[in-house]
Write a protein that binds this ligand. Structure first.
Ligand code: GDP
Length: 197
């Protein structure tokens, strides 16, 4: 299965230096430390040999990292947003690099946005979804994923997800996901495959 064959392609500072390909591309969004790299490793079915480096320093990843899942799709891991210590200038740079990528990357089909359901709605996530709504997204479709659900009590998961859905004005409830337990892994792959078609 393609999921088991995710390979690192390279790191890029902007979309113009990224190699073109005919495969549909999945882009991963989320604030720093949301659990995006862990989710990618989980999707790839790896625990010991990581495809994505899981960073200990929040916000230290500023490059666009590109991966390839066999002949199925490419996965673009975008830099996390929303860490004040990176400074205003870096935030603006983030905005420019990401806007250009979303606007120009022809093979972009699916945007996966990760949110952390543990602490309630966050301004930087709200800003991100507002930015997405303002943006002219052509063929790409949005899937929102709530990470780290293993850290919640089972009976509070749905309430948290509904709260985020309402706060961020999402059409659907975020997909519950955990890189620790693997919960939501096959559902996310199905959603990605469905949206990439
Ligand atoms: P990124 O910055 O979005 O790529 O986030 P990382 O994948 O580096 O994860 C940030 C932190 O959250 C790390 O300390 C991870 O161990 C932790 N983490 C990631 N996913 C999960 C999860 O599903 N459950 C729990 N409990 N912790 C997680």
């Amino acid at each position: 299965r393609a999921a088991e064959r995710i390979e690192f392609v390279g790191s890029f500072s902007n979309w113009t230096s990224m190699p073109a390909s005919r495969l549909p591309e999945i882009a991963l969004f989320g604030r720093s430390n949301v659990g995006k790299s862990s989710a990618l490793n989980c999707l790839a079915g790896r625990s010991r040999t990581k495809v994505a480096r899981v960073s200990k320093t929040p916000g230290c990843t500023t490059a666009i990292n590109l991966y390839r899942a066999g002949n199925v799709c490419t996965v673009c891991d975008l830099p996390g947003y929303g860490f004040a210590k990176r400074g205003k200038e870096l935030q603006e740079e983030w905005g420019r690099a990401i806007s250009d990528y979303v606007a120009e990357r022809e093979q972009l089909r699916v945007m996966v946005a990760f949110v952390d359901p543990r602490h309630g709605p966050k301004d930087n996530d709200a800003n991100f979804f507002a930015w997405l709504r303002d943006f002219k997204i052509k063929d790409a479709r949005l899937i929102t994923v709530a990470t780290k659900v293993d850290a919640l009590k089972p009976n509070e998961v749905e309430g948290r997800l509904l709260e985020l859905q309402a706060a961020y004005g999402l059409r659907e409830m975020p997909l519950p996901f955990s890189s620790v337990t693997g919960a939501g892994r096959s559902q996310l792959w199905r959603a990605i495959e469905g949206a990439a078609d």
